[in-house]
Design a protein around this ligand. Structure first.
Ligand code: CAA
Length: 401
């Protein structure tokens, strides 16, 4: 059975997020983007609207919503600004859903509950200065000493690095396996900002996502209690890949928000601007660019929704998520480039939002799996070099109401 309709709960999440985007994000976004600052009202507004944990089960402080709702919220947040959607990507996609799936009960009570209630903010630390696409190339270590691990290393390009209270961090616990790049020597840990030896800093001068915080985290002889190891030693790489399945999903759905923002800005402008004696909406080449945005939005939406449908059933969605992320980001880049084109010289200035859309679109083809990584993954699936086997653990299925 194919059903394209949204449930009442899904529509409620979409409307609530749309309201946050229109009241809190959009009125001030140009100012924050220009000043390269995060809107101080955004996280409190998201927490008040239960947006920081709505798809976490009620027993862990959330609202028990499904994963399609997460996609819809990602789209609406990115319609406001990419930096706002990134909060959902890291806090829910890369931290809370993986903790829900892989952490033990004590860890869930201690870390997931405050994150889901929006009392604490969380992010994810995999990428390093010399290890992005090549995740196994990370250098951070966590060496066991009694009932602690001593963590050293540096994480880079981390969203919310300066803001988050908790970090889900990946480091080598088996130094022999590190030498031969055997991923079963990597483990995952929950690390708290307040611990001695943890420091963070922001990266300035980014091309896009300027209203968001992106930075580094440094670990210098940090004593991580052994009880903060997530799941078991050696499971870190798989947990990291699992995290990315959820983060990439929010990026895919978010990109649809960006495409829609481009389309709407172009429709508005093309009804106001005249050339050659008519509104530019009459020109066939302008129509073509708007038609491409429309098509890109529609098929990218179907792709992330298919991934969300698999997630709702507790089925593995790596292949579908990767395809959705690749295509939606590609369409968002193309749509934003065309949106600048439709606006002509005005699109080249920050008087109109489309130059921000253009700059923001670029990041998503790089973070959470570059377009090249996703292209290779899709080729490998098609050629039979890669298959989605059933995972040891996967997202808990969600009942749809
Ligand atoms: N879930 C669970 N397990 C998975 C998995 C998944 N989605 N994908 C793979 N695995 C398992 C595999 O089953 C395999 O297990 P076995 O050894 O038991 O068979 C193991 O992990 C290794 O898998 P692969 O063989 O697929 O690994 P690979 O080395 O071929 O992966 C890669 C290569 C696809 C390029 C991968 O390294 C990759 O996705 N790289 C990109 C990393 C990335 O996206 N980084 C961006 C981080 S975003 C960020 O840091 C920004 C921020 O703001 C926080």
């Amino acid at each position: 059975m194919i059903d394209f309709s949204l449930t009442e709960n899904q529509l409620a999440v979409r409307d609530m997020t749309r309201e946050v985007a229109s009241k809190i994000i959009i009125p001030n976004i140009a100012e924050h983007d220009r000043a390269q600052t995060m809107n101080p009202d955004l996280l409190p507004a998201m927490a008040d609207a239960n947006l920081l944990g709505f798809c976490i089960p009620e027993q862990y402080g959330g609202l028990g919503m499904d994963y399609i709702s997460l996609g819809l919220a990602s789209e609406e947040m990115e319609y406001g600004d990419t930096a706002a959607r990134v909060i959902l990507s890291v806090h829910i996609g890369l931290f809370s859903l993986p903790v829900l799936t892989w952490a033990n009960e004590e860890q869930k009570q201690k870390y997931l509950v405050p994150a889901a209630k929006g009392e604490k903010i969380a992010t994810f630390g995999l990428t390093e200065p010399a290890a992005g696409s090549d995740a196994v190339g990370l250098l951070s270590t966590a060496v066991k000493k009694g009932d602690k691990y001593i963590m050293n290393g540096e994480k880079m390009w981390i969203s919310l690095a300066d803001v988050a209270d908790y970090f889900l961090v990946f480091a080598w616990t088996d130094l022999e396996k590190k030498k031969i790049r055997d991923h079963t020597g990597i483990s995952a840990f929950i690390v708290e900002r307040e611990w001695e030896g943890v420091s963070t800093g922001a990266i300035h001068g980014k091309l896009g996502v300027r209203a968001g915080n992106t930075g580094f985290i440094a670990f210098q002889d940090v004593e991580v209690p052994a009880k903060n190891l997530v799941y078991k030693e050696g499971a870190g790489f798989k947990i990291a890949m699992f995290c990315l399945d959820q983060g990439r999903y929010t990026v895919a759905a978010g990109s649809c928000g960006l495409i829609r923002a481009c389309r709407d800005a172009c429709i508005k402008y093309s009804k106001e601007r005249q050339t050659f004696g008519v509104n530019i909406e009459e020109h066939q080449l302008v129509k073509q660019m708007i038609a491409n945005m429309e098509a890109g939005y529609e098929y990218s939406t179907y792709l992330w929704m298919k991934a969300g449908w698999l997630k709702n059933q507790g089925k593995r969605s790596t292949r579908a998520t990767s395809l959705a992320k690749w295509i939606a980001c590609r369409e968002a880049e193309a749509s934003s480039a065309n949106a600048v084109q439709v606006h002509g010289a005005y699109g080249f200035s920050d008087e109109y939002p489309v130059e921000r859309f253009y700059r923001n679109s670029k990041g998503a083809s790089i973070y959470e799996g570059t377009r090249e990584i996703h292209t290779l993954m899709q080729a490998d699936y098609a050629l039979g070099f890669r298959q989605d086997k059933e995972l040891e653990r996967d997202l808990p299925p969600v009942e749809q109401e």
